[in-house]
Design a protein around this ligand. Structure first.
Ligand code: ACO
Length: 324
């Protein structure tokens, strides 16, 4: 049997930190509103980097930490909803920047569930026995997709990237997963709509900024995500307290705070860092994982059971349960 294992994690966030007070200077908002509604105190915003620049930093860090050469990497998957361009993909641009000459590279898009979806796909590639080393990244430069005149969304998001190295293993480390989506509610969270606009088509006005029905997404996340976590635990035949740590998508502290009671887990097991980064969509879970590896709260080889859960546009949501 072939299995996959996460063997390294890394993250990178742009240097520039923008606090809630900084935002209050350019729009009608304040620290009290943002912090009490979301838990967010500051976010990193890129000055001149694109999503591939952030991703390249993560690839370089993963190679350095693992001692692997760029040539050894078989594939690179980047989950993002803020790519450098639709074509070429952020993944191939990152590949060129980091010399992953033997890899195939592509982007994957499942909004804030993107990292969990991409990790699930990467695990299947390694488990097939055809590939030995893969890199999975979640990366966003949301600052370029936001409408900075819309205080209801601009204050929520941040830029950043995180990722993991996946290697083949003799032992099982991916214990369960459950990925879900619901396109019927797609209009509650949209960005960059594309329309026919040729001389032969009806001409539409393009919509490019992120637009969100915050209340609907909030209710959906509070209601559906705990059910998904419980379904994932059931697949692995585990109880909520068997999990050492939960790594939830970092969108809103008020959402995350409701989950432990719903699944009957200790609140302290839910790791949080959104106060420093805001919502970094596909990047939030790998940044959280990497940060907690750096802090030695999470340790590779420890057999800690970690459940990662994403939710967001699509709508999409899903969990993946791994043993470190
Ligand atoms: N500063 C000050 N006031 C504000 C701001 C702001 N930044 N934004 C909105 N307000 C005002 C509103 O205008 C409204 O005023 P009104 O009552 O006079 O009309 C008031 O504050 C309340 O607004 P609500 O939208 O009702 O606030 P709510 O408590 O619902 O919080 C929030 C809004 C934080 C967006 C919440 O709904 C939420 O977090 N939703 C989930 C979002 C999410 O998790 N998205 C994740 C997916 S992201 C992805 O996939 C890309």
């Amino acid at each position: 049997m072939n299995f996959a294992k996460i063997t390294q994690a890394a993250h990178y966030t742009p240097q520039q930190v923008v606090t809630n007070d900084d935002l209050a200077k350019i729009m009608d908002t304040n620290d009290e509103w943002i912090a009490s509604r979301t838990g967010i105190k500051s976010r990193h915003i890129t000055y001149d980097e694109n999503t591939s620049d952030l991703s390249a930093k993560v690839v370089e860090s993963l190679l350095e930490k693992s001692g692997k050469s760029a040539e050894e990497i078989d594939f690179l998957i980047i989950a993002t909803i803020s790519p450098d361009s639709l074509m070429p993909t952020t993944a191939t641009i990152t590949q060129a920047k980091t010399g992953l000459i033997n890899a195939f590279a592509f982007d994957m898009q499942a909004a804030c569930s993107g990292f969990v979806y991409a990790l699930a796909m990467g695990e299947k590639l390694i488990s097939s026995g055809r590939y030995q080393n893969g890199i999975i990244i979640g990366a966003e430069t949301h600052s370029k997709t936001l409408n900075w005149a819309d205080r209801t969304t601009a204050v929520l998001f941040g830029d950043g990237a995180g990722g993991v190295l996946l290697e083949s293993s003799q032992t099982q480390h991916f214990l369960a997963e459950k990925l879900q989506s619901d396109g019927v509610k797609a209009s509650s969270l949209t960005s960059r709509k594309y329309y026919p606009n040729s001389p032969y088509s009806k001409i539409y006005e393009a919509e490019s900024n992120l637009v969100m029905d915050g209340r609907l997404v909030f209710d959906f996340a509070v209601r559906e995500v705990p059910k998904n976590i419980l379904a994932t635990l059931k697949i692995a035949n585990l109880e909520a307290d068997d999990i050492d740590y939960y790594l939830p998508h970092q969108a809103n502290l008020r959402i995350i705070d409701k989950w432990p009671r719903k699944i009957k887990a200790q609140p302290a097991k839910f790791l949080v860092n959104l106060q420093h980064y805001g919502n970094t969509s596909a990047a939030s879970i790998p940044i959280l994982l990497s940060e907690n590896i750096d802090k030695q709260i999470l340790k590779f080889g420890s057999n800690q059971k970690v459940l990662m859960t994403g939710f967001g546009g699509g709508l999409t949501w899903g969990s993946i349960l791994v043993k470190l």
